[in-house]
Design a protein around this ligand. Structure first.
Ligand code: GLY
Length: 437
């Protein structure tokens, strides 16, 4: 059997590892050669992974049994559609289903029209004057979200990216610009964020364990929001600061989304991701992504016993994939270029991979190319350091002094997964729930 994987970042390295667990041949189409995928695949063909015709011509040559798509951009450009039309089994949503991610206004409207719980007060604008008038009339702090894809970095939050309504209105208007693009103004929520990932097929949905992504650039959860600096997962134990009721609410929201899409004749196939916030008034949906998260895919697929390839085969055959998870906790910390999140300065780094491995830490490659022993960074995340164990304290301990095994210029948050950060989140949520503010 043969699998074709589209994309070449950290998430795709994890998907690739999960695919080859099934003993199948892995082929990859990607804009760059991921050193991790290079080790485990039969072949990586480099090219524009968002170019439908190019992807189709490669798929015709490779003749995969199943196709997996990691990132969102190929979904938006119709790669899944053209492959499906040409008879390939694609474990990824169509561009229509992926509108849940590619158009945030579609997602909000869909939730509103279907009466799905967890929606957030949200208004869409493509007229600069209307933004000014609206923003000056509201009495709550807000978040600005461009309607289309922004690589996870376009959301601007009051108190982080702008101070007051005047500044926010200016930024929102700049997004709209002369072209009249659409921007959403949403009420800013207070709480803890968490990610819930799942696999769907039509109305059926099967969940992965919760993960929390540390989004802010710097230690202490300050600085600009990023694509994610690292993440934690406690497998089926759930996150210590998210209670079972909140997890259940999030599951119901996602279940309801795929069921309602199915009722409308839109069959959702493949990975789906809900970005949620637990607030004093219950769980709210921040966004749906039509893919697995990066880094969240690494945490969740690492504790999943099943191969994602077998999951796809079963789901295409109408069989319950019977997902099983190891009872482990894991911590991931991304090495990123200096200035990542605002003004990245890519450089060269090298890792003593064996030394890192001997400490019980695995490496997942993201946006780097390898020349000799040297890794060349891009402006995006470089390498994920990942470790799992029975107790979070022991897992975090393994990262102590890891810097000695990494040469070159990079940045890594050292507080991801520490007992201090987790206790703080737990205290914060306990207080928030008790005050009901
Ligand atoms: N880590 C956030 C995302 O994948 O969108």
């Amino acid at each position: 059997m043969r699998a074709l994987l589209i994309g070449g970042g950290g998430r795709e390295h994890a998907i690739g590892l999960s695919i080859v667990k099934a003993g199948v041949e892995l082929y990859v189409l990607s804009h760059m050669k991921n050193p991790g995928l290079e080790r485990i695949s039969k072949k990586i063909v480099t090219g524009n992974e968002n170019d439908r015709e190019w992807v189709l011509s490669q798929a015709n040559r490779i003749e995969p049994d199943y196709v997996f798509i990691g990132p969102e951009a190929p979904l938006a450009s119709g790669v899944s559609d053209i492959l499906t039309r040409n008879g390939f089994r694609v474990f990824a949503p169509s561009s229509t289903a992926a509108k849940l991610e590619t158009s945030k206004s579609f997602c909000r409207r869909f939730l509103r029209e279907k009466g799905i719980k967890g929606n957030v007060e949200s208004n869409a604008f493509s007229d600069m004057d209307e933004i000014e008038e609206f923003v000056m009339g509201i009495d709550y702090n807000f978040v600005i979200k461009p309607d289309g894809l922004t690589g996870g970095k376009g959301v601007l939050v009051q108190g982080i990216h702008f101070r007051d309504r005047e500044e926010g209105a200016k930024l929102a208007k700049a997004y709209v610009g002369e072209e009249g693009k659409t921007v959403l103004i949403e009420r800013k929520l207070i709480g803890e964020e968490f990610s819930l990932q799942a696999f769907a097929f039509g109305g059926e949905i099967f969940f992965l364990p919760l993960v929390q992504d540390y989004k802010r650039a710097f230690e202490g959860d300050v600085g600009p929001n990023t694509g994610g600096m690292g993440s934690i997962c406690f497998s089926e134990r759930g996150l210590p600061f998210i209670n079972r009721e909140e997890e259940k609410e999030a599951r119901e929201i996602m279940r309801s989304i795929v069921a309602n899409l199915d009722d409308d004749g839109i069959k959702y196939v493949g990975p789906i991701y809900g970005g949620f916030m637990a607030t004093s008034e219950g769980v709210r949906l921040l966004e749906i992504n039509a893919r697995l998260g990066d880094p969240e895919a690494i945490n969740a697929l690492s504790v999943m016993e099943n191969s994602i390839f077998d999951v796809a085969v079963k789901m295409f055959n109408g069989v319950n994939p019977e997902l099983e998870f190891r009872n482990k906790v894991n911590v991931l910390r991304y090495l990123v270029p200096r200035g990542y999140g605002s003004d990245p300065h890519p450089s060269k780094i090298s890792l003593d991979e064996e030394g890192i491995y001997l400490r019980g830490i695995r490496t997942f490659y993201a946006s780097v190319s390898k020349r000799g022993q040297v890794l060349h960074q891009t402006s995006s995340r470089s390498v994920a350091l990942f470790s799992e164990g029975n107790r979070i304290e022991d897992v975090v301990e393994r990262f102590q002094g890891i810097e000695k095994l990494i040469k070159g210029e990079y940045f890594m948050r050292r507080d991801i997964g520490t007992v201090e950060t987790i206790s703080k989140k737990k205290e914060f949520m306990d207080e928030l729930r008790s005050k009901k503010v």
